[in-house]
Design a protein around this ligand. Structure first.
Ligand code: SF4
Length: 264
């Protein structure tokens, strides 16, 4: 039985796939997005923090059986809402063997499975998970690799290539592309259009969803004693995001475009 570094498990989440979901957040991520709302997930090992004056720890090691025990507590919600389990992060692919074992156990129990994947690195890690996923979200943060490296610490070549490879294997409507929309970083007309054209090339694209910039991670930076470099940016409203992506309505795309779950 495998074990992994887990940040937390959230129950009854309505936003991470169909129905109500139990979301397992993994620790560890090779990217360092400047807007990251979960800095406590970036390092693989547990991290000390100070929350409301109290010392705490982000993350712990858990076995597959321990995580499955938590998941099974929610089976009644899955049954009534057609929900299931979503693996998220951090980066799930950093601990792909554990993720695979967990997904296999879920499928044996007929639990619907999804994942939020950054798609960075070796495609073999993606390939390990695909047979056990009913669908997944893939992050495409921006199309220009030089800018991607500037804002996330890594180029985007493996990400774009891995999504294309997965699209060739997956059944139609399996892959949802998600774009965190950040002021003056990836919200320009050119990047938004290029992202849509890229999605159009994928045969398995289910939807293209934009997630407007928010500041919910601020307190996590404070509790870790880390500086948040984008603290000058205001949150982006639905209306702000709509103004930026409405140009896609003229592109006659074969998949729906969404902002925070709402089709535009
Ligand atoms: S990929 Fe996600 S978890 Fe990793 S640094 Fe970027 S926003 Fe944070």
């Amino acid at each position: 039985m495998k074990s992994a570094w887990i940040l937390r498990i959230e129950r009854i989440s309505p936003n991470d796939g169909k129905g109500l979901r139990t979301v397992v957040f993994f620790k560890g991520c090779p990217l360092r997005c400047k807007w990251c709302a979960a800095p406590e997930s970036q390092k693989m090992k547990p991290e000390s923090c100070l929350r409301a004056g109290r010392a705490g720890i982000f993350g712990k090691e858990m076995t597959t059986a321990q995580v499955m025990k938590e998941i099974r507590k929610d089976e009644i919600f899955f049954y009534h809402s057609q929900g299931g389990v979503t693996l998220s992060g951090g980066d799930v692919l950093c601990q792909a063997d554990f993720a695979r074992e967990l997904l296999m156990e879920c499928k044996e129990s007929e639990i619907h499975t999804m994942a939020e994947l950054d798609m960075y690195g070796d495609f073999e890690n993606v390939r390990k998970l695909l047979p056990w996923l009913d669908g997944f979200y893939a992050d495409v943060k921006m199309m220009d690799s030089t800018l991607h490296k500037k804002w996330t610490g890594v180029g985007n070549e493996s990400i774009l290539e891995n999504i294309k490879k997965a699209a060739l294997i997956c059944p139609p409507n399996t892959i949802s592309i998600r774009v965190p929309l950040i002021w003056d970083i990836n919200d320009g007309r050119e990047n938004i259009q290029a992202t849509a054209r890229y999605c159009e090339e994928l045969k398995s694209c289910r939807e293209l969803e934009f997630l407007p910039y928010h500041r919910l991670g601020l307190s996590a930076y404070e509790s870790l004693g880390r500086e948040y470099e984008l603290k000058h940016l205001p949150a982006m409203s639905f209306a702000d995001a709509y103004e930026k992506v409405k140009l896609l309505k003229k592109m006659d795309l074969s998949f729906p475009v969404k902002i925070s779950g709402k089709v535009i």
